[in-house]
Design a binder for this molecule. Structure first.
Ligand code: PLP
Length: 390
């Protein structure tokens, strides 16, 4: 089997799984209990917090991380948690992109139902959002800009550094960036967003743990909890901490290579270009993540191809796993300028640091064979149909 669906989720190493299991057993206490068993766990959580902060955000501000259950919750918290502040500041206009993950889009829509207004920027055919587009979209009453770093379906990299400069030059406008697909591949310490969302299972950590990182304590102080309960995570996110998940998150982060692999997508695209007629590498003329390839094959339906590849032991996807029930073409691909036909022919191939040349060579052979098979089958079907009509 060849797994090239790492943008959906990544496998854990045995060592990370063992670290989690040991934490479940050795650090079972509640980190908020004042006794020794609790405090031992609290120390471990703090150690993990420091490691995640250092490795992902390049600093020692460990207390500016709020752990959540996933990237979805981190995105919801970043947007909904600012509601009262934005209303109080009379800055109830939000700028975001039409290609964000649903956990951003639907959180913004929820605020719109409560009287907020929002502008959704479309990247168009180039696939990425520019600082110029954000500047054009901002208004006097804009209080929040939420733009992801790397798109999860196209792999396109938004101009986040320039967007950050443009947003902050306005004063009083906060920037949130969903960095779920950027973490581990791009340097998050560079972007200086006020809030950054990350999810552990996208970087070989466990499912069920993510975080929202705050650039400073001032931004943190503007936040209100969106869940009600205890005093954990500085009152911002109540609920007993997922201590084993946090320890596993830190373990996985520590295993990330200092220099991430960046050759797999180019290697695969070149090989497909040579081997398969009617192959297209969407968006490749613009800055794209080395982790995600958005590919299409003329005349071959993406969903059908994904199923055919799965039967042959190659696992890829057509887009976000959380939208896999939808029969509509992906909104991300349409907003990124593909026609409905092109969108329906698109598959997403996503790599991990450990993906090997051998795996890619084999994947290319499998794709080539499956594409030929589906095209021949469709051609034969057409012939049969014509014969029936004549
Ligand atoms: N944001 C992006 C860009 C994603 O790709 C995903 C997951 O696919 C999420 C947010 C949600 O993360 P989680 O699965 O941890 O809720």
């Amino acid at each position: 089997m060849i797994y090239l669906d790492n943008a959906s989720t990544t496998p854990m190493t045995m060592q990370t799984a063992m670290a989690i299991m040991e934490a479940q057993i050795n650090f079972f206490g509640n980190p908020d209990s004042p006794h020794e068993i609790g405090q031992k766990v609290s120390d471990e959580v703090f150690k993990a917090r420091k490691q995640i902060c250092k490795r992902l955000f390049g600093n020692e501000n460990a207390n500016q991380i709020v752990f959540t259950s996933c990237g979805t919750e981190a995105n919801n918290l970043a947007i909904l948690g600012l509601k009262d502040y934005l209303i109080g500041a009379k800055r109830t206009h939000i700028v975001t992109s039409a290609t964000e993950h649903k956990s951003v889009l639907l959180a913004v829509k929820a605020l719109e139902r409560e009287g907020f207004t929002a502008t959704y920027i479309s990247p168009g055919r180039k696939g990425y959002i520019t600082a110029e587009q954000v500047v054009e979209a901002m208004r006097e009453d804009t209080g929040l800009v939420s733009i992801m770093y790397v798109n999860n379906e196209t792999g396109c990299i938004n101009e986040i550094k320039a967007i950050q400069e443009a947003v902050h030059s306005r004063g009083n406008v906060l920037l949130h960036s969903d960095c779920v697909q950027a973490a581990g591949f791009l340097d998050l310490s560079e972007i200086q967003a006020d809030m950054i969302s990350v999810s552990a299972h996208k970087i070989h950590g466990p499912k069920g743990i993510g975080c929202l990182y705050f650039k400073d304590t001032e931004t943190m102080s503007l936040m209100k909890n969106i869940l009600y309960g205890g005093e954990q995570e500085l009152f911002i996110r109540p609920g007993t901490l997922n201590t084993a998940g946090i320890i596993g998150f830190a373990y996985a982060v520590n295993c990330l290579p200092v220099v991430p692999a960046d050759w797999q997508e180019i290697y695969m695209a070149n090989a497909l270009e040579k081997k398969v007629e009617g192959f297209h590498r969407n968006f490749h003329e613009y800055p794209c993540s080395p982790r995600i390839g958005s590919y299409r094959f003329d005349g071959v339906d993406g969903d059908t191809l994904v199923s055919a590849l799965s039967l042959r032991g190659l696992y890829v996807s057509t887009g976000a796993a959380c939208n896999s029930q939808s029969v509509e073409p992906s909104y991300v691909l349409i907003e990124s300028g593909l026609t409905p036909q092109e969108a329906s022919e698109t598959i997403r191939v996503s790599f991990a640091n450990g993906t090997t040349i051998g795996e890619i060579d084999e994947a290319v052979n499998i794709i080539s064979e499956a594409v030929s098979f589906l095209r021949n089958r469709d051609a034969e079907g057409d012939q049969d149909e014509k014969a029936e009509l004549t």
